[in-house]
Design a binder for this molecule. Sequence first.
Ligand SMILES: [Zn+2]
Length: 336
Amino acid sequence: MLAFVMFPIRLAPRQLLAVCSAALLCSACGITSAAAPTAAAVMATEVRTNIAAPSATPTATPTHTPPSTATPTASPTATPTATLTASPWPTPDAAARKRIVRVPILMYHRVEPLPAKSGLLRAGLTVIPQDFQIQMDWLRERGFESISLYDMQNHLALGQPLPDKPIVISFDDGYRGVYDFAYPVMRAHGYTGTLFVPTELIDKQQPDYINWQMAEELARAGWKIEPHTKSHVELPGQPHKYILYQVLGSMETIRAHVGYQPRYFCYPGGEYDAEVIGLLKEIGYWGAVTTRFAIDHQLKDAYKWGRVRVTGQETLRDFALYLAEPLPTASPTPAS
Ligand SMILES: [Zn+2]
């Protein structure tokens, strides 16, 4: 079933912030979540090969085999090796508990032209390329520099220096327009992004999504490719093994393609609970992002970091308000 979410076409900033914090909204990721029975059936056949024997002889993982068009180097590494052996975070220093950092984590979905007769759901997920360009131009003008969640955590844990105005530019779901439209603009601005992908949807090579070659190219260009489950399911309440399958399987698939160990998770629908967080920690995730609104972050919230949702319906003035920046000069001011 498709998520049912209403988007007012033009929201006042305060309304929009409220919307950002509503957990149901990220079910507006625009993806039909895998139905549980299907997922369970898949799990029954795949869990065993993918994650049940992490320390044993690596076994073939047919579901992780990249498409035939992918580079041949990707598949041999798609084997579970270090699973269930959590790598610790960078050990926080004595000042870590008190550090708070302002790093807006922008949350985009689609960046592409809006098809005619698009519904409100699609409109609320789509930033058209012209608006995206305006937003990136403005970020550059305001002196923002893109960083990764790794950079942010290294700052919070160890005091590693950050640019004066750091920002994380993240994209959920792996839509093709991110590669076609957002990537060239960001590259021209010297920006890199963080892409959260449901790996099974990328495996399927659907035209609406990037493929693994594109993801690998983005990674080579400095982007971070990070997990958003395998099939875009909301995790709370699912069987433990199924959650493990989703969070570990997606982690391993991405590692096989991009050559590094992904460490940051994005909750489908923004939904999480203590069990999900516990599993993320157990298998070596260092943090996770939600759909809650926030621009200031602390290490203690590493598995609940909030973001700034960009719906495509906002003005540049709204965008500036989200980031607590001075408003663009053209904005009308009421007479006092
Ligand atoms: Zn999503």
